[in-house]
Design a binder for this molecule. Sequence first.
Ligand SMILES: Cc1cc2nc3c(=O)[nH]c(=O)nc-3n(C[C@H](O)[C@H](O)[C@H](O)COP(=O)(O)O)c2cc1C
Length: 159
Amino acid sequence: MKTLILFYSRTGTTQVIANALATALDATIARIECPKYKGGWFRYLLAGYDSVKGRLPPIDVPDLVFRDYDAIILGTPIWTSYPALPMRSFLSGKPDLPDRVSLFLTYGGHSVPQKAEQFISDLIPVNLEATLNLGQKTVIDEAFSEPVANFAQQLKSGH
Ligand SMILES: Cc1cc2nc3c(=O)[nH]c(=O)nc-3n(C[C@H](O)[C@H](O)[C@H](O)COP(=O)(O)O)c2cc1C
């Protein structure tokens, strides 16, 4: 099975999970870049402000044919209760995705991830096959191996 993990990460948390999943699933990994929000406090505030306004930023997406993969796993942090803007920019472009789409989210802890999940669901034409939500503390404490393994297993057995 050919699986693609496509993620956005501003400060590296989501990237840790993307890497762990790539290893567990022997998947290809690719990153959405968004120079607008790279950097310190000012960029953090700008990201929050734009997120509240729903102002979608320009992004750089790796030149891949998503349909060539059997499954895609999208990974993004939560910003102001919604998926981070760069992932929203990507999905708003209505990319031609494989039929199997899964999602993982990382978040600081004060959000209900189901709201961000629903937001992604509404942007894609298929039902999410599997979802994984991880609080940032779980990632920092490296306490994610079991949930990551369960999520990977769910995807493997779904084939
Ligand atoms: C602009 C901004 C808004 C955020 N809003 C929320 C939020 O509403 N709820 C939450 O639980 N965490 C929120 N966070 C925290 C991030 O979701 C969390 O730190 C995430 O793991 C960061 O992922 P990354 O390191 O891959 O960028 C926010 C972070 C940023 C930068």
